[in-house]
Ligand binder design. Structure first.
Ligand code: ZN
Length: 291
């Protein structure tokens, strides 16, 4: 992607150099004087995609005017685009010496419509008070996992696939109609594989949630990769890590199952970024911009 802000910055430095002794002294003081931070961006600029940025370490990152996070100690950050992201997203980076903004054009993604019939009704519109209480308690525990915010940039080398899948049985973002009832879109990539197939961490991270027996998800693991990026693994028959564990890329974390709301054995792989739902498969093979 093209660099930004450079011509203006050079102009600023030249102006400083021609304003006599004071200007020359200021110029010697280094690039902090009025220098906009560097900003390199790479990624998949589509709805449900992402950008990985490299800028001044610990610079403040804003997306569409909203403060998001500080870049990592290496200056890396990630920005996720929602399933229905608008056609333009503005990223602004503010460091000590100045700031730089970039407007990104986000391409539209076409989503499938998925009809699934024959599900037990308590998996679609539960009404039993005891079950509703259980689902609520599970949601509160999951919220703690989503709120994890580890200070790292473990997404820097992108993802590998977490499972050797036979096929992708449903793509991210499909509009779901379950037993005839329109639901929220499917925020996962479903990877079909037999029960017991090993599931590995696609990138290093810290386990922020690990439980079995959840009503909708069955066995569920969340991994915090830093900068608000949290990946999820649903319907697992076995969970082989615990909350707080540090996992490495390729490390065994669980086994494929069909627990919870699932009609066949598969891994439902999901990715969250500050509450937004991203397509995790888009991060496979991605890399942070190099120095
Ligand atoms: Zn799924």
């Amino acid at each position: 992607m093209a660099r930004d802000g450079r011509p203006n910055q050079i102009l600023t430095r030249r102006t400083a150099l021609t304003t006599g002794a004071a200007g020359a002294l200021a110029a010697l003081a280094g690039p902090a004087l009025g220098a906009a931070p560097e900003l390199e961006l790479d990624g998949k600029l589509v709805q449900s995609g992402f950008a990985i940025g490299r800028t001044t370490p610990r610079a403040h990152v804003y997306v569409d005017g909203k403060p998001i996070d500080q870049a990592s100690a290496e200056g890396l950050f990630v920005v996720g685009f929602d399933r229905d992201a608008p056609s333009q997203v503005t990223i602004r980076v503010v460091a000590k010496g100045g700031e730089v903004s970039r407007v990104l054009d986000i391409a539209k993604t076409a989503y499938d419509i998925q009809r699934i019939d024959g599900l037990p009704q308590d998996q679609v519109t539960p009404t039993d008070p005891a079950l509703l209480a259980r689902i609520h308690a599970e949601a509160l525990r999951k919220a703690v996992g989503f709120a994890s915010d580890v200070d790292s940039d473990n997404f820097r080398n992108g993802f590998i696939m977490p499972v050797k899948a036979t096929r992708q049985s449903s793509r991210f973002g499909g509009q779901r109609i379950l037993n005839g009832v329109p639901m929220t879109p499917h925020y996962g990539a479903d990877l079909a594989a037999p029960i017991g197939t090993p599931v590995v961490a696609p990138a290093p991270g810290v386990v922020s949630f690990a439980e079995t027996g959840l009503h909708y998800e069955g066995g569920l693991i969340m991994i915090d990769h830093g900068q608000g990026l949290i990946s999820l693994y649903l319907h697992l028959s076995k969970v082989l890590v615990s909350k707080g564990d540090m996992v490495n890329r390729g490390q065994l974390i669980g086994e494929v199952g069909m627990e919870g709301r699932a009609t066949g054995p598969h891994l439902c792989w999901r990715l969250k970024w500050h509450g937004r739902n991203l397509d995790p498969t888009l991060l496979v093979g991605a890399r942070a911009p190099q120095l």
